[in-house]
Structure formats: C-alpha cells, structure tokens
Design a protein around this ligand. Structure first.
Ligand code: UDP
Length: 458
C-alpha cells in the first residue's frame, strides 16, 4: 500500500495588527483547504483582544514581552519593537520545540516581514521560510528601492520613476519615504522588511498578477515572488458558502455591529449608500473629521460611517443627532458584509491595502482619502491606474476640504465619469475572481507553494 504523504505543517505569524491578521488568517484558511496543516500564531495580548475566535483554525501564542497592554504598555514603539524581537524569538523557538515534541512537527513559517527577526528562528530551526507582504507589490517595490539605497530619503524630487511603476509624485509615495523623520521606528520597520530578503525561500504577495503585472514581473526577476491574492473569504467571491464560512466573521479586534448595520442597509435603495471607514489604525484630527463630516452631510447621500470608539469624541458636536435620518454611525462593522450589500453605492476609504482589495473584489467604487503610510500609493492606483474611483486632494499637512469630499462622492455616484468608474470596477472585480478561482494565476501560485512544501517534508 502506498502511504499518503504527510501534510506539511505551517505556522502563520502575522504582525499583531488587524490589517495584517485579516489577510494572513484568510491565507491560512486557503492553505488548509489545500491540505496543509496550519497553526496561526499571535501574541498573548492580541489573542486576548480578539473577538469571535470562531472557525476551526488552531491558534498558538508567543509573547512580545507585554502580555498585558501590548504595544500600548511600552514606553515607546522603539522599546516595544526591541522587546518583541528578543522575547518573541525566545517564545517562538519554544513554541516550535513544543509542537515538534508533541508529534506535529513544524515545517515552515509564513511570517510577516515587519518582524524580520523571524528569519533567524527559521534558520536556527532548519525550517522553510516564507514572507507574506500585506501591502501592494508597488509599495514593496518602493521600499525595496529605499533599502537598496536607490531612492534617497527624504525624497525631494517632484517625480520619481521606478521600474514597473507609473511616475509618482511626492504624495503618491508612502508617507515614510517623503517624511522618514515623522515616525522613525515605523520607517525602519517597513524598510527592514527587505533585510535578508534574499535568504527567504518564498516571497508571497497579497495581490494578483493582472492587477500589478509590470511590477510583479520586475520584482520576480529579483525575488522568488508569488502573487497569491486577493485573500478574500470564498463566500464573498464564488457564492460557495461552507458551514464554517457562515459563522466565521474572522478575527476581530473590535466587536462588529452586524445586525443593526444589515437591518439599516436592507431598508435603503440599491446603490444608494456611502460607506465610510478609515480602518483600524488611522487617526483623523478634529479639522479632518469636521471636513469629512460636512462633506458627507452636504452630499445628501445616505451614509454608514464607522467611527472607532477612540475617535468618536472628534465628531463635530451634534452631528450624529442632526444626521440621524441621513445616516448611521457605528464603532465597527463586518466590512465585507457591508461592501457586499446591494445598497452600497460607494466607499469613502483611507485606502488601506485590505480595504482597497475588498472594495475591488466586490466591485465597489471608491473615494480615496489617504492619511499616511502606503495609502497615498494605493490611492494613486485606485484613481489613475485602475480608475476605480476618485481621489480627494489631501495636502502634505493632511488638509482636505468638505467641497472636495462632496464633489468626489457625487462624481462617483451620479456623474458621467461615475459610469466609467463603475465599468472599471466590474472589470477588476471579474479579474480578481478569475485569479483566485481554480486554475487562476493566484491559485496556481498557491498550489506550487503547497506542492513544494509537501515534497520537502516527505
Ligand atoms: N474592518 C472591519 N470593520 C470595520 C472597519 C474595517 O472589519 O468596521 C476591516 C477591513 O475589512 C479590513 C481591515 O479591517 O480587512 C482594515 O485593514 P486595512 O488594510 O484596510 O486598513 P488598516 O486598518 O490596516 O489601516
């Protein structure tokens, strides 16, 4: 009798932030569906903060040195990152030893390159190492060139040309590149994603070939890079509901307000609602909040606005009461369910990479208001390359106007240009679905990764 090959066992280790956990959790589910054994790894603090730990994915914890309070308990981000590297390396090694001793030996770590120190653990334990980029390949390319010293920061040129990318202006570059002094620790973190990148076995990117064809081709000449995305739950892509998907709303740091959002959306006409969300991290200042609120109100469209509890005090006084017939404000929602709803007309977004891909996969036009990090680059692509939306002008001090917010919402929802934008959205949505379905470009890349691991561990 021929023995079945042993399934390879992967640890999947995202940086402990919502926008990193979501895509790597989804990718883990895909690996499981293809026969691998996967254990998700997170910090003890994040594990205790996550809601709805539903689904069947095993989760193990390591320590960042701040089991109570996480990064918020450290005196600075620099101190936090140093401690995380030291305690994280020790506890990750202990976890691997524990799993090896209990009969589920670890073969591979798929890790977030924001924790570039994981590579040392990979090497010392003799494992396969795969990094997983949670940003676009265009943004990878920019940081790669910074790391190589080809781009000198801060960038002072008005126009930057890089292989595989459109010409980029200063505000199209990630904020850290034109202003590295503003958040030095975060700048180092993103650029050091490329430390020792030539020593990892695989570079996995949450994008798809047709979306970023030229830059993927260029990067692939230098790295063993595979586009494996977008990592969107299957139930939203192919109407292939499974029992697990039905109950699985992912791993959420905040409790989503699912029932009341859905009830409210169900009462709105098709394609009428403006959904507004700036993700899990971005903080608007009071002036930005004021302009955004007034722009939404003056658009006279119905709106559903996610304002995290920590941001709520910045809403203009009386705004929620004055607009209670026009819209609904919640602290957190199940964003995919909202974007998939037929009442949705457009998405006013900070252009975090996950939000951008989620809107793309569901064909929702965007109004981009980038705040920091890679959002300006994503906004550039949304508006000028993929033509899936309008970009609000935000100056280098973060200033934008209510008139521009209102104008962009109206163009996307009502204007002639809005019709072209909706056609592009449909085109990209179909291409994204093609990429992840059986035999699509991302599916083939994932199969190659799975087959290689299975072969190596047998
Ligand atoms: N999200 C959500 N509910 C909300 C707002 C956001 O589930 O009310 C999810 C969203 O679907 C996305 C993630 O949070 O997967 C945010 O990631 P993104 O990269 O867009 O932004 P970040 O939070 O990293 O700035």
């Amino acid at each position: 009798m021929v023995e079945e090959p042993r399934p390879a066992h992967c640890l999947v280790f995202p940086y402990p932030m919502q926008g990193h956990i979501n895509p790597m959790h989804q990718f883990s589910k895909t690996l499981v569906s293809k026969g691998l054994k996967v254990t998700l790894v997170t910090t003890k603090f994040m594990f205790n903060s996550l809601q709805q730990l539903s689904g069947s994915m095993p989760i193990e914890t390591v320590s960042d040195g701040y089991d109570v309070g996480g990064k918020y308990a450290a005196e600075s981000i620099e101190v936090y990152l140093d401690k995380f590297k030291q305690v994280g390396s020790e506890t990750l090694t202990q976890l691997i030893e524990k799993l090896n001793a209990t009969g589920v030996p670890v073969d591979c770590i798929v890790y977030d390159p924001l924790m570039s120190w994981v590579l040392d653990v990979v090497k010392s334990c003799g494992l396969v190492g795969a990094i997983f980029f949670t940003q676009s390949c265009a943004v990878d390319n920019i940081y790669y060139h910074v790391k190589q010293g080809v781009i000198k920061v801060p960038v002072v040129e008005d126009r930057v040309s890089l292989p595989g990318l459109p010409v980029l202006g200063p505000l199209d570059m990630p904020s850290f590149v034109h202003n590295p002094g503003s958040y030095p620790a975060t700048y180092n973190l993103v650029v050091n994603q490329f430390s020792d990148i030539d020593k990892v076995d695989w570079v996995l990117c949450n994008t798809f070939y047709k979306l970023e064809e030229e830059v993927i081709q260029w990067m692939s000449k230098h790295l063993r890079l595979r586009a494996i995305g977008p990592t969107i739950p299957r139930k939203y892509l192919h109407n292939q509901k499974t029992a697990e998907d039905d109950t699985d709303n992912g791993l959420q740091m905040f409790t989503p307000n699912i029932d009341s959002c859905m009830k409210w959306l169900n009462e709105q006409p098709d394609s009428s609602v403006v959904y507004v969300s700036f993700g899990s991290v971005a903080q608007l200042d009071a002036a930005q909040m004021q302009e955004l609120a007034c722009g939404i109100k003056q658009s006279k469209k119905q709106f559903l606005w996610v304002v995290r509890a920590s941001e709520e005090a910045k809403l203009p006084k009386g705004f929620a009461e004055e607009t209670s017939a026009q819209g609904m404000i919640v602290h957190w929602c199940s964003q995919m369910d909202v974007l998939a709803h037929k009442a949705l007309g457009c998405f006013v977004t900070h252009c975090g990479w996950n939000s951008t891909l989620e809107a793309l996969c569901l064909g929702v036009p965007m109004v981009a208001i980038p705040i920091w990090t890679d959002q300006g680059t994503n906004a550039k692509y949304v508006a000028d390359v993929w033509r899936m939306g309008m970009r609000v002008d935000v100056d280098k001090n973060g200033v934008f106007t209510r008139e521009m917010v209102q104008h962009c919402i109206r163009v996307v929802m009502d204007g002639e240009k809005g019709k072209e934008i909706k056609m592009s959205c449909r085109k990209w949505m179909e291409m994204a679905r093609e990429a992840v379905k059986e035999g699509g470009s991302s599916d083939i890349s994932i199969n190659e990764f799975v087959a290689s691991l299975t072969q190596q561990c047998n």
